[in-house]
Design a protein around this ligand. Sequence first.
Ligand code: SF4
Ligand code: SF4
Length: 140
Amino acid sequence: MNKDTVTKKLMFYFPKCECDKPIIYHLVKDHHLIVNIFRAKVTPEEEGYLVLDVTGTEAAIQGGIDFVKTFNVTVNYSGKGVIRDEERCSHCGYCVPYCPPRALKIEDSVTRKIAYNESECIECLACIRICPYGACTSAF
Ligand code: SF4
Ligand code: SF4
């Protein structure tokens, strides 16, 4: 991997008719990107989405995105798959041991406030399932 390599988190929304196209295959083979899929819902009957990291040069990533868009796929660059609602979070800490990459962790040992580092989230969805206050939600 050269020094110009970067990793970007993207979401692809697939319209109904494009779900069967080998898009990921072409991102890897033709655009030389490393693809790490976190989450996917792709069925022939309905719209689908992929949440993924792509690694490559800026130019290769842009080329891959341009390619994907030719299939009428919408690309979301925000990287916000899992959102924590600060208003709803009671900082109970229940989610902390369930978060594999420690994206949710105790920020301060005195206040016991829970911090969320979105860039470390691997979208396992555990916090969404177990948060008693519904503070964690998914954009998808
Ligand atoms: S389980 Fe929910 S309310 Fe408790 S700290 Fe985690 S996100 Fe906040
Ligand atoms: S989705 Fe998984 S990795 Fe992301 S914050 Fe929730 S528990 Fe942690």
